[in-house]
Design a protein around this ligand. Sequence first.
Ligand code: R5P
Length: 316
Amino acid sequence: MSRVTHMAILGGRANEVLTRSVAGAMDMDPVQCTVENFPDDELRIEIHENLRGRNVYIFQPFGPPVAERILECLLLADASRRAGAAKVVGVVPYLGYARQDRRAYGREPVSVRLVADLLSNRFDRIVSIDVHNAAMEGFFSVPLEHLSAVPLLVKKLQPVVMDDSIIVAPDLGAVKLAERYAHALDLPVAYIHKIRTSGEDVSVRRIIGDVQDRFPIIIDDMISTGGTIASAFQALSERGCRQEMIIAASHGLFAGNAVKRLAELPVRKIFVTDSIYHATSDIPLPLEVVGLDIILAEVIQRLDDAGSLSEYLFHQ
Ligand code: R5P
């Protein structure tokens, strides 16, 4: 009979820095493995340590290039299973494809459902953070531990909040998230009704709430191209808000022209977590990156010890 002797931390290429810092916080080293591309671009994975009987935690956020990161993660899980791992847990701090959770028009896939099926096929459990829509837990046939970075971001916001600050949900999907921030910071909240017009652009239909002379703190689950933030700020300005803002988002993808777009706006500070790796010194923005390592290390330890995760879970 095999006995679980220890856990193993394994990482794909998406965020090796985060994998190392979580492992470091647990006084461990990530498992040695090779992840590379063959000349024809196929992926090649090889794990260089014995995983037999171990609980393996595979770290891989699904940032760009998203499809390759997903496949890499699945191949790592497959290799771990075949190597005799007792349990394989996917730690996917940012769940790419989560926005594609319904058919907005005809003849589209429900893409995140497919991603959830693929993950559920290879993992015993998934851990993720501030997933775009909490209801998508139902797409997974294995348990999804849905954590939240909001308490970490709230701690960063506390010292910069002013009497005239207002939390702004830049779209209706962010309403519940905004209410959590507003409650934690004891601030009023305004909501924006946004329509997406393309992958990069959105248009604002209306604002609910009085933003006149208020200092906006725009919150969101993610910043991708920055289009949502840019149109939210333009609409808020037209309603007389103060000409500066703070942004807080769990996942900073900064795709496409996001950096240029945000650099043209009067941003005092942007808080994001390190779910997506960036060499921050290359980003000319007032960015403050909040580390997820301590929380992830604690959550993994508790998963391994059958401890409670309630204080870290996303609550509506
Ligand atoms: C959308 O519903 C999300 O919550 C974000 O608002 C959106 O994905 C951000 O994308 P972008 O920065 O490209 O506007």
